[in-house]
Ligand binder design. Structure first.
Ligand SMILES: NC(=O)c1ccc[n+]([C@@H]2O[C@H](COP(=O)([O-])OP(=O)(O)OC[C@H]3O[C@@H](n4cnc5c(N)ncnc54)[C@H](O)[C@@H]3O)[C@@H](O)[C@H]2O)c1
Length: 309
């Protein structure tokens, strides 16, 4: 297995570190446009191999895509992150050009790669990667919903004073402060619905805090978070390279599922060696469906901005 991570910044480097520690690839290429950054981080990580006992070879590259040739999976983290007070959507002007250019370069050297998009605004960047590359839709996966679901479980665990590992909870819809939909009705604590243990105000608080989970961290850190995004990206790579058939919320191209078409949005999908293999399309209630439609409307208007760039 060969995996490439584009962007050796906070998220890309953390993701690479997780991939190496889990030995998800024989070779891992870290590429950045900044001179020496990827080489430096690759070498720094390689110096942990003797301590941590992993066998993945990490190669750094300053914008030399020849080094990425033959990658099975490529993860795009290149682009600017938001600053406190910014929305993810405000990044579109800069990041659209970067993501389009990166996709072209990747495919010249790794025509069969599965591409994971992390750069924000992620739903629109995933749509851009799909439409500009013309790749089969199962090979383009946006990472957002798995992270938002992990953040949802964190919020639930704080209120229930329980282990997040015993929780099952998903967030669907867009990966934005106002577009994501934490599905509280379906969340369980070892199969028991969590709403049985939570008052109405607590429920509202958990949903609200989940939705601004990223923004809260951006305010604290002065830039967007990286530990959970990096770890989440690696879990997604793992599901592909180990053909795990995991069920995750990922941003994928919809063709009528959940009542939407010509859009990439977060829904539960099976992830395995072919990328996203199947959408699990279950019936939402009227409020949830209305929230999903509203989320799609917001993401669609962001996708329309691509035409003006
Ligand atoms: N989808 C998610 O859940 C999620 C979570 C966190 C962050 N993000 C997004 O991920 C992106 C990266 O965040 P970060 O905190 O790592 O930012 P960062 O600034 O630390 O790193 C970004 C890196 O991309 C590099 N880069 C810029 N243009 C490039 C190009 N054309 N080719 C190769 N490399 C290029 C930069 O030099 C930089 O090192 C941001 O857009 C952020 O909003 C998404």
């Amino acid at each position: 297995m060969k995996v490439t991570v584009i962007g050796a910044g906070a998220v890309g480097a953390t993701l690479a570190d997780n991939i190496a520690r889990k030995e998800l690839a024989e070779e891992l290429v870290l590429l950045d446009i900044k001179d020496g950054l990827a080489e430096g981080k690759a070498q720094d990580m390689m110096q942990t191999a003797a301590l941590l006992g992993f066998d993945t070879k990490i190669v750094g590259s300053t914008n030399d895509y020849a080094k990425t040739a033959g990658s099975n999976v490529v993860v795009i983290t290149s682009g600017i992150p938001r600053k406190p007070g910014m929305t993810r959507e405000e990044l579109i002007g800069t990041n659209a050009g970067i993501v389009k250019n990166v996709c072209e370069n990747i495919l010249k050297h790794s025509p069969d790669a599965i591409i994971i998009v992390i750069s924000n605004p992620m739903d629109t960047m995933t749509y851009l990667a799909l439409t500009s590359s013309g790749l089969p839709k199962n090979r383009i996966i946006g990472m957002g919903g798995i992270l938002d679901s992990a953040r949802f479980k964190y919020q639930l665990s704080q209120h229930l004073a329980c282990s997040p590992a015993d929780l099952n909870a998903v967030v669907i819809g867009g990966h934005g402060d106002t577009t994501m939909i934490p599905l509280l009705r379906f969340a369980t604590w070892n199969s028991v619905p969590v709403i049985k243990f939570l008052g109405e105000n607590q429920q509202k608080q958990i949903v609200a805090d989940t939705m601004v989970g990223g923004a809260t961290l951006t305010k604290l850190l002065g830039t967007s978070a990286w530990y959970a995004p990096g770890a989440t990206g690696a879990v997604l790579v793992e599901a592909i390279v180990r053909d795990e058939k995991r069920l995750f919320t990922c941003c994928v191209s919809l063709n009528g599922e959940y009542g939407q078409k010509d859009i990439c949005l977060g829904v539960p999908v099976i992830i395995g060696k072919d990328g996203w293999e199947k959408i699990i399309d279950f019936e939402l209630n009227a409020d949830e469906q209305a929230a999903f439609d509203k989320s799609a409307e917001a993401v669609r208007s962001m996708n329309d901005v691509l035409k003006t760039l």
